[in-house]
Design a protein around this ligand. Structure first.
Ligand SMILES: C[S@@+](CC[C@H](N)C(=O)[O-])C[C@H]1O[C@@H](n2cnc3c(N)ncnc32)[C@H](O)[C@@H]1O
Length: 245
């Protein structure tokens, strides 16, 4: 069995998700997705590149019939052990999903994972294939305009002498491809594929999707807990794209 980079860093990623899943910005993104999708009761939903299953569990709790696919066998093992047994988790490559029949799902979600996947044309063609006609595709990515390739320790954030957020540097927007921050976070462990906004949009349109909404969730009050919250009150760090097949 091939060991992916997420297999190599599975403990790190599981502990990262345990911390992040109570984070205000994470919850805001999930609420944005749930609000737009509406009633999920009985819908067949695919969580593409589901990791350890955090979003599958949230959507299952809303009544969806969940299937989660991921390339990392360690994360899939963890997902199975820590989720309701009605959720069907399997190791599979999101770029092909061999064995998954055409027109299976009402909704496909792909949350914060496309930056880990090299071939987005293959991913979108596969997504289109497994969706029912007019099925919905919800894609959340690191915001391609504001989370561009950077290097630790300097990072992309400027703070003042009190550690308060001042600005976010946008660097190397034009340079598409795999980068690694060299830091201690997810993108220091796994790297990420950076793509321009136009690359994402044009690839979706070329794959036959119709975009119907973009969301850039941002925290709205000053009841912040960290510098990251101040950052997320001013600049979106995630972009959610809603399309139909
Ligand atoms: C940043 S994690 C996001 C996981 C999950 N969606 C979440 O929100 O926690 C990226 C995931 O993409 C998975 N991945 C990377 N390449 C993949 C591929 N070709 N097919 C399926 N999953 C893949 C990794 O194993 C990892 O679980």
């Amino acid at each position: 069995m091939t060991h992916t980079i997420y297999d190599q860093h599975a403990e790190f990623y599981i502990s990262f998700i345990q911390n992040v899943s109570t984070n205000r910005a994470f919850l805001l993104t999930i609420q944005t997705i749930l609000a737009e999708l509406g009633d999920l009761d009985g819908l067949e939903i695919c969580d593409l590149a589901c990791g350890e299953g955090v979003l599958s569990r949230i959507l299952a709790a809303q009544g969806a019939q969940m299937s989660g696919f991921d390339l990392s066998s360690r994360l899939i093992d963890h997902a199975r052990k820590n989720s309701d047994p009605t959720i069907a988790f399997a190791v599979n490559d999101a770029q092909t999903l061999v064995g998954v029949p055409n027109s299976t799902f009402d909704v496909v979600v792909c949350h914060m994972a496309i930056m880990d996947i090299p071939n987005i044309d293959a991913l979108f063609a596969t997504t289109k294939r497994i969706l029912k006609p007019n099925g919905r595709f919800v894609l959340t990515v690191l915001h391609p305009c504001f989370e561009t390739p950077f290097k630790a320790p300097k990072g992309i954030v400027e703070t003042d002498e009190n550690g308060a957020f001042v600005a976010c540097r946008v660097m190397n927007y034009k340079e598409e491809g795999l980068w690694n921050s060299g830091g201690v976070g997810v993108r220091g462990h796994m790297g990420a594929y950076h793509r321009k906004l136009s690359t994402y949009m044009n690839a979706l349109v070329s794959s036959g999707f119709t975009l119907y909404k973009l969301a850039e969730p941002m925290l709205t009050n000053d009841n912040y807990e960290s510098m990251h919250d101040q950052w997320e009150m001013k600049i979106p760090r995630r972009l959610t794209i809603f399309c139909t097949a």
